[in-house]
Write a new protein. Structure first.
Length: 448
């Protein structure tokens, strides 16, 4: 039976032909449909990593993907496989996994200890977004590399659970580094080293971890005075087709640069986290990213960070590596989470209060994709707004919602207390309602 979903959980990935991108925090190898995160495996580690599968998504209504409450006659479960961001459960199809590399064993990923962070001064987005010159007109990628390379770091974690390698980006001249949670989470009880572009190795400590968005912030223990922080851009301004550059530490090859274009935006990806699925409406790119790129920056042609590389699609049964389908966490979400982690070591997440399944609704003779509401949590923002089982949400703040994952990603990218306008269909009639997103109870465990 379904359980409540504090965000807006997608339907379970177990329905036929509907694997979600799955992530393994320390998983370089992929053997079945899912999503892989780029970190770096030692030569003997791939076989030890957990296999990314289309793991059940917490809070899903039913295994069939249908809402538990009886829906309206205009609502139908979507046939699978779904186009536009899905990978069918057949050999040779694409899968998505975490890009971290590691020597860790499967058991490490069953829990994610919370760090103890000392209180920090309140951090504003301007503090996180400032330094480093911005190139408004760049004649070549060589000039961009020269400008941004000092802000990119390689990260190495060594703990009693094993080791992992990944990438990161300096976001503050005082020594703050932004990366993926799955790169450094085992460092809570281990040692973390950060390697600067010139080869200097510096110790780092965890400021805060957020498993929900797969983001983390480190602080250099003894930061040098000549640190260069990256300029953080605006991911809402990213457009399909624009050129981008990924810089990171793939396979331990620090400072590796690859270029390409944005091939899609708001691409729902679901990767397997240590405690819950990581659902993000990601920036999709065709620049090569590989195990070890996790946590590294995605730059635009002006040298601004527009995303944090975190996962890739690979072929079922094939070796982990780039096939031209990479995914980056939008930098606006990263800024929002990083600010909270620096302030308190923890991040709050917006709560809608529904279970969801993929489906369609017909309005005025036109069939639309959407997220079918199953259960509505009493007292939740969805309940207060009058949403009911069987409603099909087709847009949020004017942005199309194509699936449960899509709506979940949009909700997670929003702030607690933020108002959003939901467009939904009930009994063949389109409606709009404003919801005020509440804070999720982070102590609650949600299982599908």
């Amino acid at each position: 039976m379904p359980h409540e979903d504090p965000h807006a959980w997608p339907s379970p990935s177990g329905r036929p032909g509907r694997p979600g991108p799955t992530s393994s925090a320390q998983n370089p190898g992929v053997q079945s449909p899912g999503v892989q995160s780029p970190g770096l495996p030692p030569s003997d580690a791939a076989d030890d990593a957990p296999e990314p599968t289309a793991a059940p998504v917490a809070g899903s209504p039913t295994a069939s993907g249908s809402p538990t409450a009886s829906g309206s006659p205009t609502t139908t479960p979507r046939p699978s496989p779904r186009r536009g961001g899905t990978w069918a459960l057949v050999g040779g199809t694409a899968v998505v996994s975490a890009l971290v590399a590691s020597v860790a064993t499967v058991g490490i990923l069953t829990s994610s200890p919370e760090p103890s962070a000392a209180p920090q001064p309140s951090t504003s987005l301007s503090q996180v977004s400032d330094p480093a010159p911005t190139l408004e007109s760049v004649p070549s990628w060589q000039e961009v590399v020269d400008a941004v390379a000092p802000s990119v770091v390689a990260i190495s974690v060594d703990s009693r659970f094993g080791g992992s390698q990944g990438s990161g980006v300096i976001i503050d001249t005082e020594g703050l580094v932004l990366t993926n949670n799955h790169v450094v989470e085992t460092g809570v009880r281990g040692a973390i080293d950060v390697v600067l572009h010139d080869g200097r190795v510096l110790a780092a400590e965890i400021v805060g971890l957020d498993a929900t968005t797969d983001l983390a912030v480190l602080r250099l223990v003894d930061p040098p005075a000549d640190l260069q922080a990256a300029t953080l851009g605006d991911s809402d301004a990213v457009r399909v087709g624009q050129p981008v550059m990924a810089v990171g530490n793939p396979l331990g090859l620090a400072g590796t640069v690859t270029t390409g274009v944005v091939s899609a935006v708001d691409r729902p990806t679901v990767t397997r986290g240590a405690r819950e699925p990581v659902v993000v409406n990601a920036i999709q790119l065709d620049a090569a990213v590989n195990p070890g790129n996790s946590g590294g920056p995605l730059f635009d042609a002006g040298g601004r960070v527009i995303g944090i590389n975190s996962s890739i699609a690979t072929l079922s049964g094939g070796a982990a590596g780039s096939i031209g389908l990479g995914f980056a966490i939008p930098v606006n979400l990263a800024k929002h989470v990083a600010e909270q982690l620096v302030d308190s070591g923890r991040a709050q997440h917006a709560f809608l209060g529904v279970t969801l399944a993929d489906g369609t609704a017909e309005v005025d003779g036109v069939v639309r994709q959407g997220a079918v509401v199953g259960d509505v949590v009493p007292g939740s923002p969805a309940h207060e707004a009058g949403l009911a089982g069987g409603d099909v949400i087709i847009a949020i703040d004017g942005r199309p919602v194509a699936s449960g994952e899509s709506l979940t990603g949009y909700v997670r990218a929003r702030a607690v207390g933020q108002e959003s306008v939901l467009t939904y269909v009930r009994d063949g009639v389109e409606h709009e309602v404003t919801v005020t997103l509440a804070a999720r109870d982070e102590g609650r465990t949600v299982r599908g």
